[in-house]
Design a protein around this ligand. Structure first.
Ligand SMILES: [Zn+2]
Length: 61
């Protein structure tokens, strides 16, 4: 199997091989799983949402 090229995560800014791509932005699996387990009132969640807004995932918030 070929290795995936490393991509830079938009959340943690680290280069990772494993992750997901949302609206052509890469989010590593660590951040993705963190997002899933983050409570809505958590400060980190707001940080994530801020990042999401930046890449245009949410049109209204
Ligand atoms: Zn990350």
């Amino acid at each position: 199997m070929e290795q995936n090229p490393r991509q830079t995560c938009i959340i943690c800014s680290q280069e990772k091989e494993e992750g997901i791509v949302i609206v052509s932005q890469f989010i590593c699996e660590d951040c993705e799983s963190e997002m899933v387990h983050t409570e809505a009132d958590d400060a980190k969640y707001r940080f994530f949402i801020g990042r999401m807004k930046k890449i245009g995932l949410q049109k209204n918030a």
